[in-house]
Design a binder for this molecule. Structure first.
Ligand code: 5IU
Length: 275
């Protein structure tokens, strides 16, 4: 397929959803299409890693429910860091219930995700009602939703017609659905300048990115930033363990690895848009 050549900056000026616009502006401003996934269980590690990589990322992805010492003050600190370092917050909650339930899970409970997370995501498996349930809470707050169209894991069921249907669901709800978690820019999403539709711009955020290894012992599969951004037309690389590694206390090494992914992700984008 021809490369997807639209620049982040041009897309930012045109996008109508506030969360998508903020993400595109942030990517452009910081020259970074790197999102770091901070999957750690202690809030001291969580905050230290975010403070270290914050200047280098467009977005921090959280799994807020894995923190063992969560309290509401942690959210204040996360929001402070997002202002200090200018990054977008994405709670990777993967909602998948009926509309009424996901609206409650999104707004309420211990975590009150909608009050602090610019972006969240949902499995399309319940059908369009999962979107309308979340939109009732998120749209008035200027939030955006990503649909899980594909996964990075071996044997994923999110493929073929399921993926096509996710794209259709997004198209019918494009005020709130700003894009996809997927492994490639899917067919028909505008692969070249002539195909790119000005009234539609879905962001593709892609996990399963690593430079050192091809996968883990639990079915994860990794590709390089170049494969993801240049060869498959995705917009944002999501990196977890490739950045924070195994020694969570060595924040200088974590910062250096983040810079390497940032550089590779940005180079791949420049090659894609300038070719
Ligand atoms: N994640 C994936 N693959 C997917 C989806 C989400 O890896 O298809 I959807 C999440 C899981 C984890 C992060 O929070 O992205 C990737 O972490 P590692 O880079 O450490 O594998």
């Amino acid at each position: 397929p021809p490369p997807y050549t639209l620049a982040y900056a041009d897309r930012a000026t045109r996008h109508k959803n506030p969360a998508a616009k903020l993400l595109l502006e942030t990517i452009h401003r910081k020259r970074s299409n790197l999102a770091v996934s901070v999957d750690v269980t202690q809030s001291s590690d969580f905050l230290a890693i975010i403070d270290a990589v914050g200047p280098l990322v467009c977005l921090i992805k959280t799994h807020i429910d894995i923190l063992e010492d969560f309290d509401s003050n942690l959210i204040n600190k996360l929001v402070e860091l997002s202002k200090k370092h200018d990054f977008v917050i994405f709670e990777d909650r993967k909602f998948a219930d009926i509309g009424n339930t996901v609206a409650l899970q999104y707004s309420s409970g211990v975590h009150k995700i909608a009050s602090w997370s610019h972006i969240t995501n949902a499995h399309p498996v319940p059908g369009p009602s999962v979107i309308s349930g979340l939109a009732a809470v998120g749209l008035p707050l200027g939030r955006g939703l990503l649909l899980l169209a594909e996964m990075s894991t071996k044997g994923t069921l999110a493929r073929g017609e399921y993926t096509d249907d996710a794209v259709r669901m997004a198209r019918s709800n494009s005020e709130f659905v700003i894009g996809f978690i997927a492994q490639r820019r899917m067919d028909g999403l505008g692969l070249g300048p002539s195909e790119a539709k000005l009234d539609e711009d879905f962001l593709i955020l892609t996990p399963g990115v690593g430079l050192e290894v091809k996968g883990d012992a639990m079915g994860q599969q990794y590709r390089t930033p170049d494969e993801v951004i240049r060869q498959n037309g995705c917009d944002v690389i999501i990196v977890g363990r490739g950045v924070y590694g195994t020694n969570l206390k060595d924040v200088e090494a974590i910062r250096q690895r983040a810079e390497r992914y940032r550089q590779e992700g940005w180079d791949a984008y420049l090659k894609r848009t300038q070719s």
